[in-house]
Structures are given as structure tokens and as C-alpha cells.
Design a protein around this ligand. Structure first.
Ligand code: TXE
Length: 481
């Protein structure tokens, strides 16, 4: 059995508790690695090491920080095939998806922020009658980066890269469900020559490692992606301590289809936005809203297409649908399918595990792509984040109704709008309550744009300038002239 370790002060160390818990391969349904059962003592060591490393790292030139982060990117890229395999085993995602999306994005995150800091500029405000104001942007100190299990290395590096690039030192806490690529990142970071203590990775269960980390007096900011309930707990912990906080939380995203849409393209992309990564992406469009006149044909074509998705062993390069990340999450998704039926929903396809994937995966956690209709927008199935391969389809009569249905949840992360009518596309995009709206596309990501949610989907924005600003504190200096 593989046993991983914390990465603290540039060294791989055992947990203070001396105990480990199992990391389960979801495709096989059995443990394959051991993870340190981190606790407050490990957090203390990691924060102390990050604090000690901060003065030198924050004074390191941007050119040198950039060089080191680019070396980390190169290190990930050199091992991209093996890391894709590791991510696929740990998470259950198709290896082809890990290779084409998760890992290239981890590389891109480091390259993007490593080079962004070389182009930084300062603000200057010249007063009317004498006086210059210039704004210094300084790193915060020790920051906490907490990431979830759905896009393990992709989301961890999305936080770590800008935090390090701007001169902060980091204590990172990957999800206990998918810790493996964070462990390998620690190895790559060490080999790249990042000074000890600049990046520390503490493993362990959220409720045990999270509060001592987010509440630590020496941690100046927390960047978190994960569930909305956890985001609420973190906000309650850090708000009275006046730390900077960025929360990217859940979604229940609408995918709005007007009758004039290019249906071939709409169905092709909606299939991805519904089921990519087994529907375990915060940006997945789990509520498909379709204009009444197009509804019957859309439902028929979409269900037929969903049934053609190749479900299989995540390590088979031909697989399009892999395993659900864990048994508890499998149970949660299945319980929502049962709830949908109780609420009056009709399951048109899926709704259960597939017959058999292959012998290797016979005990894995698989659920077939599931499409449900006949549910009101007010029911729990349409209100709560299921985070699995489950979508509902709901008809609408008018543009106003589409917008009211789209906005009719407590979430507001992203939305897609499908129409050939340019004016309507802009109008609807403007009225939808979400941090991101895609018109005739989905998950087209540009690392420069603001990314985040409204309402229950979080507070703050990351990406491009927003990340650089989040991880720095502005200080205005006024000079009398
Ligand atoms: O996430 P958690 P879970 C949603 C999805 C899922 C639900 C719960 O609906 O079913 O959340 O998933 C750490 N202080 N999303 O329980 O607990 C934890 O160790 C500090 C949506 O797996 O939010 C992990 O590293 N940290 C989402 C991270 O928080 C704490 C992606 C996320 O775990 C903590 C994942 C605490 N008190 C789940 N408790 C998205 N929208 O991207 C836990 N953690």
C-alpha cells in the first residue's frame, strides 16, 4: 500500500498523531493508499514554517519567483501522463479527461501566474494641486488554500500559484478524498528548488485540520473551494478575525435553451455540461430549461445521446464516464434520485448503477447518466446541489419565465444560454444572477477573467487581476509635491 506524508518545511513528515486513514480507489471500491490523519499540531508546524519562510520569500525578486514557478510547471508537464493516471485512480475520473483537462490546467495555472507577476504595474493618482498617491501592493503573509476533490490538482494549483507568485507563503489543505496529486506536487516543488516552508501541504480530514488552519492567528487569508455548508463554517470562523476570504462554493446552474438554438451544438455541449466528470463540476448545468416548442424533440434527442456515453473503467482511454468519487457521495447521489421519484419526477434514463463495467471495476461506485423530467422548480431535486450525473429538464413558455426559473434557486455560480438571437442572448445574460454566463458554449475558460459566484455560490472573485489583488494588500503612499 502506498503511504503519503505531509510536506512541511521542505520535508516529507509523518503526522503528529502517527495515524493514517485509507484513500479509496473509487473505480475498484477498495483502499489503495494511506493518508496522514493530520491534526492541529501538524497545522501548527506548517504555519510556523510558512511564517519563518515569509520574510525571505516576500523579498525574493519577481523574476526569481517566476523562474521557480515555471520550473514547477515544467516538472508537472514532464510527468503529465503519470500524474493523469494518478488523478484518474484517486478520483475515478476518465484518464482521458485528466490528461486533456485537469493536468494541462495545473501546468497552465503555474505558467499564467508566474508570468503575470512580470507584467505587474502600480497605480498612481496625481492630485490636482500638488501631491502624488502611489499604491504599493504587498503580499499578505501566510495564506491557507483549501481545495475539494472534484478537480484535485486543477483547483489546488489555481489557488497556490497566485498566492506564491505574489510573495505569500502557503499552507495547502487538499481534500482528504483525493490527496494523491497534492503529494506528488510536493515532490515536484521540492525538486524545482522552492525554498523550504514556502509551500506546505497538510493532509487530513476537513473538520479536524480545517478550523485550526483557518482560525490560526498567523494565517492572513483563506481561499476555499468546496461545498456551501463548509463555506459557511469557514466564514463564521474567519469573519471575527478580519481575514481576507474568498469562497467558491456550490452551484445549481441553469442551462437555458431557446427554440432557435443550433440544436446539434446545444445537445452536444449540454451533454458535456451535464455529465463531464460524472457531473461533479461546480459549473455543470444541472437544470436544463427548454422553450416549450422545442421541449419534446430536445428531450428525445438528449436522452438518446446520454445513453450513448461510454461508461467504463476510468483507466481505459475510451471511457467518457468514470466512477463517482466515493461511496458516501455515491449514496448521496442515489438518495437524490430516490427523492426525485418521490417528488413526482420521471426518470427517462439512468437512475442506477450500470450493469457491469468490467471485472476490475466490479465493486466500483458507478451511476449511469440520469435524466429526470416532470418536476417543479420548487422541489428539492431542483433546488439542492446533487453534484452527480443527474440533470432535470423543465419547459418554459416565455423569456421572462426562463429567467425567473433560472434565478429561482439560492445559488448563482454560472449559466449557459443557447439562442441564435443576439439581442436576446445579451438581454438574458444581463438578467441571470450568476458570476459567469456562457452564450452558446460551456466552460470556455480564460484565466484572465473574474471567476466566482453570487448568492449561495460564494463571495469574492479569483482569476487574473482578481487573484493578484486577493493575495496582496494595497497600501497608499501620499507624497506632497
Ligand atoms: O466538500 P467540503 P465535501 C459540494 C457537493 C458535495 C458537497 C460536500 O455538493 O456533495 O459539497 O462535499 C475541507 N474547515 N461540493 O464534503 O467538505 C475538506 O477537507 C476548513 C461542491 O467533500 O466542502 C476539503 O479539503 N476546511 C464543490 C474541502 O474543505 C474544511 C466541490 C472541501 O470539502 C472544513 C466539492 C472546515 N470546517 C464539493 N470541512 C464545488 N462547487 O466545486 C471540510 N473542509
Amino acid at each position: 500500500m502506498i503511504r503519503i506524508q505531509h510536506f512541511i518545511d521542505g520535508a516529507f513528515v509523518e503526522p503528529h498523531s502517527g495515524t493514517y486513514f485509507d484513500d479509496v480507489d473509487p473505480a475498484q471500491g477498495k483502499p489503495y493508499a494511506e493518508v496522514p490523519d493530520g491534526d492541529a499540531d501538524d497545522v501548527e508546524r506548517a504555519v510556523a514554517s510558512a511564517k519563518a519562510a515569509f520574510p525571505a520569500w516576500s523579498q525574493t525578486s519577481a523574476a526569481e519567483r517566476s523562474r521557480l514557478l515555471l520550473a514547477i510547471a515544467d516538472g508537472i508537464e514532464r510527468e503529465i501522463d503519470e500524474l493523469s493516471r494518478i488523478e484518474s485512480i484517486d478520483n475515478g475520473k476518465p484518464i482521458t479527461l485528466a490528461r486533456s483537462s485537469d493536468l494541462p490546467r495545473a501546468v497552465a495555472n503555474f505558467r499564467f501566474f508566474a508570468t503575470a507577476i512580470l507584467h505587474a504595474h502600480s497605480e498612481l493618482h496625481v492630485a490636482d494641486r500638488g501631491g502624488l498617491n502611489y499604491t504599493l501592493r504587498r503580499p499578505l503573509g501566510v495564506v491557507a488554500c483549501i481545495s475539494p476533490w472534484n478537480l484535485p490538482l486543477y483547483l489546488l494549483t489555481w489557488k497556490i500559484a497566485p498566492a506564491l507568485a505574489t510573495g505569500n507563503t502557503v499552507v495547502a489543505k487538499p481534500s482528504e478524498i483525493t490527496p494523491m496529486t497534492a503529494f506528488h506536487l510536493s515532490r515536484i516543488v521540492e525538486a524545482a528548488g522552492l525554498p523550504p516552508g514556502v509551500l506546505n501541504v497538510v493532509h487530513g480530514f476537513g473538520p479536524k485540520v480545517g478550523p485550526p488552519l483557518t482560525g490560526h492567528p498567523d494565517v492572513r487569508a483563506v481561499s476555499f473551494t468546496g461545498g456551501t455548508a463548509t463555506g459557511g463554517l469557514i466564514a463564521a470562523e474567519v469573519a471575527p478575525k478580519f481575514k481576507k476570504l474568498s469562497l467558491e462554493l456550490g452551484g445549481k446552474n441553469p442551462n437555458v435553451v431557446f427554440a432557435d438554438a443550433d440544436m446539434d451544438e446545444t445537445i452536444k455541449t449540454s451533454l458535456r455540461s451535464s455529465f463531464q466528470n460524472q457531473g461533479q463540476i461546480c459549473l455543470c448545468g444541472s437544470r436544463i430549461l427548454v422553450e416549450k416548442s422545442a421541449y419534446p424533440a430536445f428531450v428525445e434527442r438528449f436522452v438518446a445521446a446520454a445513453q450513448t456515453l461510454r461508461q467504463g473503467d476510468p483507466l481505459d482511454p475510451a471511457t467518457e464516464q468514470g466512477a463517482i468519487v466515493s461511496k458516501p457521495h455515491f449514496d448521496k447521489v442515489m438518495s437524490y434520485i430516490a427523492l426525485a421519484k418521490k417528488e413526482g419526477g420521471t426518470v427517462l434514463c439512468g437512475g442506477s448503477p450500470p450493469g457491469s463495467v468490467n471485472d476490475r471495476c466490479k465493486d466500483g461506485f458507478f451511476i449511469s447518466p440520469t435524466v429526470i423530467v416532470d418536476l417543479p422548480m420548487s422541489c428539492r431535486t431542483n433546488q439542492e446541489e446533487i453534484f452527480g450525473p443527474v440533470v432535470t429538464i423543465t419547459p418554459f413558455a416565455t423569456e421572462d419565465e426562463a429567467i425567473s426559473l433560472a434565478n429561482g434557486t439560492t445559488y448563482g455560480l454560472s449559466a449557459s444560454v443557447w439562442t441564435q438571437n443576439l439581442a436576446r442572448a445579451h438581454r438574458v445574460a444581463d438578467r441571470i444572477e450568476a458570476g459567469t454566463v456562457w452564450i452558446n458554449c460551456w466552460m470556455v475558460r480564460d484565466l484572465r477573467v473574474p471567476f466566482g459566484g453570487v448568492k449561495g455560490s460564494g463571495v469574492g472573485r479569483e482569476g487574473g487581476e482578481d487573484s493578484l489583488r486577493f493575495f496582496t494588500e494595497p497600501k497608499n503612499v501620499c507624497v506632497k509635491t
